[in-house]
Design a protein. Structure first.
Lengths: 466, 373, 317
């Protein structure tokens, strides 16, 4: 018995010695070296979740280069693959770190968890409305802290866009992508053959719709269903119309809640929306069914022979839902949603936001390269992409997709003339923008024009008071 | 070992050396293991390491590591003075579980309770405001009502079907394993797979938007009707969603109950049959009472699962406009989508409190069972 | 000594059962039983058949016609394809994702079982203060939705915890490591594991435990050499459930391990096939069957442990 014990101890000591042998490099590795002490300070207070965060970390690019940057994105798989290739070519090949794009199905959840948990490097966020809450809790890092010059960024990316990421005097989001929303798609071949003309004013659009009804068909295809996010296409309609009836400055007031949600200006937009939805025979399947039609299924009837509907208002990504055999510019095309009382262009996009874990030199370097002209132009050249670059130096020739090329032209004009605005529901507080706005719009189309007042009041009541 | 008896003094020295060597051995083993373990962990973090090797070392570390920890702790208890040795031992057995639970579940629970008294950012104190919201907001009230429905209907159906099926399958001479496996199969499908599965059942397209690819509408149209948006029909849509959970979870109930049924000694059943009892009476008065503890366990698990249901409701349409909200889904929505930490935490606390009756029921059964021993 | 007795008792039981079935032929396997079972199984299989069929159909056909229509013309070869499987398997780094899933699932199954078995034994057969309260607390913890736990745990992993200046939890930098996710899955799986195992271990006949104690065995030995072998059915049952749950899990893996190529698991790799707007939903059908393959194999191989009895009636009295 005793001999066995001695053998055991000798064996263990031998193991110990062997393990100790290569302990030198491991000794450093077991303690966290990536987060420098300065940036660790704000993190340690998060254990007492009650302590309010005071100011963002004062160091710029504090921390050592870990050689790895992870970009969290809500993108589509083909896009993400293509972008990874571009990054590999233009960034990874030239630098001492590796950037990887990771796409998440449930982006909002993952983004929240990682930002609050402190494991976020960079995320391309489509909803700037989420920024204030995170900035207040100190879970994202401002551009100023990382050493970016805001004036340079304003010149490169457009001041109104950069301003979307502002909170308390600091900027938290770097614009990296735009897409156009005010597009009306139509089946070009059949459209031309039927002798219809592309409308340039709202009245012409209504007249066209009446014409189509008179010819025995249905003009509009609309679908709002989208799983847990059902209702978001309806908010796009409202915003597009709001821009064109009330104008850009009232739109801004609406977004910032300087006017109540049931203000007469908003009500007027709702009534114009109702004109499209509720006029007899305008919408295929009737307005009350639209919340049950998947938004991806909605344009389908346009491609039948003869088309069962002729007009579909939707953002630029929708053409990936069209039949594969349909050719852009031949079988289908688009025209910008016409102005009503005012001109307007609705767009959405992404702001890249940096989490507390990402305040590192390689992340900052990546961001600088990400918005640079060469990378952005290469990204535009991806056929499967639906993105447009916010970088004003990127010209139409960069876009492989002619739909995008034409759209980018419209966007640049809109940004320059100041008539372009970001999607309101993505800017409003999440309770409204991803909550009551969606559900009340669905209730509106289900219950009919008389429900509008109730819908707007409910949304107004749900606006957070803090 | 030598046969000669040593003088007492030497015996004591022998014993002490033996103990000392044992102590050193165990401590050295712990340290060696600790260092090896940490080195392995660094190896696991290395991006360029051979994947298969990483997997094997991960498995080895995870499996052997735990056992070594328990063994080491048990050794340590053996060194304690005899008086407190057996008193301390239970805590060694239970210790790791309690520690892990404290970190991973109890700490978040306390954290959540604290946040429930605070505002949307989890910072300023707002007292009972969030709880007032939970019990007055119409969407929340619907959620409470729906959850009550889920908690009653899903366990009822799943346990009944599971029990019935297990009893009947037990009678099969052949094919029992196949039948049970097929009922169990839905448990192997991930939730994402289940969502697609039922999309192919409930999918709706009004006329003009293409043919319906959902089975229910296929049948409904085949009978000459217009297609129906099943998931929007209030309040039946709740039942349609419950079907999904029943489909997925009955396999669990069936497997566990089936094993319990097989454990009933055949003499008892045979005796009842010889006495002329019908199958139904045997089932009611022999089978069920014999497996009652297992029925309690299975039902408890199903009830708690039904209380927590979230994925199914969240993904299949806008819960608020469809009227299918449930408590856990509201919690997620408030926490992650609408970013209101306080309300979400309050909803979670309501969920914690709702499980107390279930716990009380279990304690009673638990005590009964121990008294019978 | 006690083990040998137990072994002998087990074997004759199974043989006796077979005999009993045959002599009582009236009730076993009658047509009522067979038909009911067949009907239930058929209904149960309908959704799964739908997915299986769709996984072999082309995208165009899946989107345009119901999957049940294939029964009318099953031999139209233009509608069948292996493309869905090819795409799902061809998604970059599938083999690596598979290995990662294994590296996560196996320890995440074994660790909770070992810890829970010890705890279940203690709750059943050891007496100590507070055992009832502790056990009920463990059961109650089953209700905690894990989403509420993700952020606090993630914070603990990345930066540890201090309470008033005193470091309560060390900064271990566990995020993105395998150990981190094993511990997380262990934490989430312990309540159910302890609950199930305690039910089983607690219903073992007390005579066995007592006679072993009289023979002089201490608790560790009783547990390791007596209770564990007897509890194999319960351990196997829980192992299957936990393995399934961890294998199919998406959220915990994403949060604690990340979605990058080197550490992502199968569920993430397959979920990435479908865009956030859901265009490629038909790919999920083949993905579902691919990711189901291994858990089913595990289930079949562990199945034989089920038939012997989850609650130890087999050694009663």
């Amino acid at each position: 018995m005793m001999k066995r014990r001695i053998l055991v101890s000798i064996a263990s000591l031998a193991l110990l010695a062997a393990a100790c042998g290569s302990d030198e490099k491991e000794g450093a590795g077991t303690t966290p070296a990536t987060a420098a002490p300065t940036t660790a300070a704000p993190q340690s207070t998060t254990a007492e979740t009650t302590a309010p965060e005071t100011s963002p970390p004062a160091t710029s690019g504090g921390g050592e280069n870990t050689g790895k940057v992870v970009l969290l994105s809500a993108g589509e798989p083909e896009e993400t693959d293509a972008y990874q290739k571009i990054f590999d070519e233009l960034i990874n090949a030239k630098t001492d770190y590796n950037i990887e794009v990771v796409s998440a199905g449930d982006f909002e959840q993952q983004f929240q968890i990682q930002a609050e948990g402190g494991t976020l490097d960079v995320a391309a966020v489509p909803q700037p409305g989420a920024i204030p809450a995170l900035a207040e809790k100190g879970q994202i890092v401002s551009l100023e802290t990382m050493g970016f010059n805001i004036d340079d960024l304003n010149a490169l990316l457009g001041e109104s866009f950069v301003a979307l990421g502002e909170y308390n005097g600091q900027h938290y989001g770097l614009p990296t992508n735009i897409n156009l929303k005010s597009m009306v798609w139509y089946p070009k071949t059949a459209f031309d053959a039927a002798g219809y003309k592309v409308p340039t004013t709202w009245d012409e659009l209504i007249a066209l719709s009446d014409q189509i009804v008179a010819d025995g068909s249905t003009p509009w295809c609309v679908g709002f269903e989208s799983g847990g996010a059902t209702g978001w296409p309806a908010t796009d309609w409202m915003e597009d119309i709001m821009l064109r009836t009330a104008g850009a400055s009232v739109y801004d007031q609406w977004v910032k809640h300087e006017i109540p949600f049931n203000d007469p200006a908003v009500k007027k937009a709702g009534e114009v929306f109702g004109q499209i939805m509720f006029t007899d025979g305008y919408v295929l399947g009737g307005a009350e069914n639209t919340p049950d039609i998947a938004f991806g299924d909605a344009p389908g009837p346009m491609f039948e022979n003869p088309p069962k509907c002729w007009l579909h208002r939707q953002a630029s990504f929708i053409n990936s839902f069209f039949p594969e055999t349909a050719k852009a510019g031949v079988d289908y095309d688009w025209f910008p949603l016409p102005p009503i009382d005012q001109e307007g262009t609705l767009y959405a996009g992404e702001l890249s936001v940096v989490g507390t874990n990402g305040n590192r030199p390689e992340v900052i370097d990546f961001l600088k390269r990400f918005i640079a002209q060469d990378v952005q132009c290469a990204m535009g050249g991806v056929q499967a992409s639906s993105r447009i670059s916010p970088n004003v130096e990127v010209g139409e020739s960069c876009y492989a997709n002619e739909i995008l090329a034409k759209a980018s032209g419209i966007l640049t004009d809109a940004l320059k003339t100041g008539t372009g605005r970001f999607d309101a529901s993505d800017l409003m507080p999440a309770e409204v923008g991803s909550g009551s706005f969606w559900t009340e719009m669905v209730n509106y189309v289900k219950n009919g024009p008389d429900y509008l007042d109730t819908a707007l009041k409910n949304i107004e009541d749900s606006w957070p008071t803090s | 070992m030598s046969e000669t008896v040593k003088p007492p003094v030497l015996q004591r020295i022998d014993h002490r050396t033996a103990t000392a060597v044992r102590v050193i051995g165990v401590v050295a083993a712990i340290f060696a293991f600790g260092f090896l373990g940490t080195r392995m962990l660094d190896f696991l973090r290395d991006d360029d390491a051979n994947r298969l090797l990483v997997v094997l070392s991960a498995i080895l570390l995870g499996v052997v590591g735990v056992f070594v920890v328990f063994w080491a702790m048990d050794q340590v208890v053996d060194w304690l003075p005899k008086k407190i040795r057996e008193g301390a031992r239970p805590y060694v057995f239970v210790g790791p579980a309690i520690v892990i639970l404290s970190v991973f579940l109890i700490y978040p629970v306390i954290n959540t309770m604290l946040i429930s008294l605070r505002d949307a950012n989890g910072q300023d104190f707002v007292g009972a405001d969030n709880y007032r919201f939970v019990f007055t907001n119409h969407s929340m009230l619907r959620a409470l009502r729906n959850t009550a429905g889920w908690v009653i209907i899903v366990p009822l159906i799943a346990v009944s079907v599971g029990l019935g099926f297990a009893t009947l399958a037990d009678r099969l001479r052949r094919g029992e394993a196949v039948a049970k496996s097929l009922i169990f199969l839905p448990m192997a499908i991930s939730f994402v797979g289940a969502a697609v599965t039922f999309r192919l059942i409930y999918s709706y397209r009004p006329s003009g938007f293409g043919t319906n690819i959902g089975l229910l509408n296929g049948i409904w149209q085949g009978l000459g009707n217009e297609p129906v948006a099943w998931l929007s029909q209030q309040p039946w849509n709740n039942l349609f969603l419950m079907v999904i959970m029943v489909w997925m979870q009955t396999g669990f109930a069936m497997v566990v109950l089936s094993s319990a049924i097989k454990a009933i000694p055949t003499e008892i059943i045979e005796a009842a049959r010889i006495d002329g009892a019908s199958e139904w009476r045997i089932f009611r008065y022999v089978t069920v009472p014999s497996i009652l503890p297992t029925i309690v366990v299975v039902t408890t698990y199903m009830v708690i699962n039904a209380m927590k249901v979230f994925d199914i409701v969240f993904v299949m349409g806008n819960a608020e406009t469809n009227g299918t909200e449930v408590v856990a889904e509201r919690m997620i929505r408030w926490y992650f989508i609408s970013n209101h930490d306080g309300r979400a935490a309050a909803i979670a606390v309501v969920l914690f409190l709702a499980v107390i009756p279930v716990m009380v029921w279990n304690v009673r059964k638990f005590r009964q069972q121990e008294a019978m021993r | 000594m006690t083990l040998a007795v137990v072994g002998e008792q087990k074997q004759p039981r199974r043989r006796a059962r077979r005999g009993a079935d045959e002599t009582v032929g009236v009730t076993s396997g009658g047509w009522f039983v067979k038909i009911t079972i067949a009907v239930v199984v058929l209904i149960w299989m309908v959704p799964a058949v739908g997915v299986l069929v769709t996984s072999f159909r082309t995208e165009a056909v899946s989107n345009r016609t119901g999957w049940w229509t294939m029964f009318a013309h099953p031999f139209r070869t233009s509608e069948w394809t292996l493309q869905n499987y090819r795409e799902a398997l061809g998604t970059g780094g599938f083999k690596s994702a598979f290995l990662n899933s294994l590296a996560v699932a196996i320890p995440s199954t074994v660790i909770p079982i070992v810890i829970a078995a010890f705890a279940a034994y203690a709750f059943s057969w050891m007496s100590f203060r507070g055992r009832h309260v502790m056990f009920v607390l463990v059961v109650g913890l089953m209700v905690v939705p894990l989403q509420m736990a993700l952020i606090p745990i993630l914070r603990l992993y990345t930066s540890g915890a201090s309470l008033g200046g005193l470091r309560v939890f060390p900064d271990l930098e566990l995020n993105g490591t395998f150990l981190g996710i094993w511990l997380a899955h262990t934490g989430f799986g312990l309540p159910l594991a302890t609950y199930l195992l305690r039910n089983y271990i607690g219903s073992l006949p007390s005579s066995i435990i007592e006679s072993a104690q009289i023979d002089g065995a201490d608790h560790f030995t009783i547990f390791w050499r007596l209770v564990v072998p007897l509890s194999v059915p319960a351990l196997a049952a829980f192992a299957i459930f936990q393995f399934l749950w961890v294998w199919n899990d998406l959220l915990v893996a994403y949060v604690f391990l990340g979605g990058t190529r080197d550490t992502r698991v199968i569920t993430i790799a397959l979920a990435n096939l479908v865009g956030s707007r859901g265009e490629n939903w038909y790919l999920l059908t083949s993905a579902a069957f691919i990711s189901m393959a291994l858990p089913l194999v595990v289930f079949f191989s562990l199945q034989r442990y089920f038939v012997r009895g989850l609650t130890a009636g087999s050694v009663k009295g």
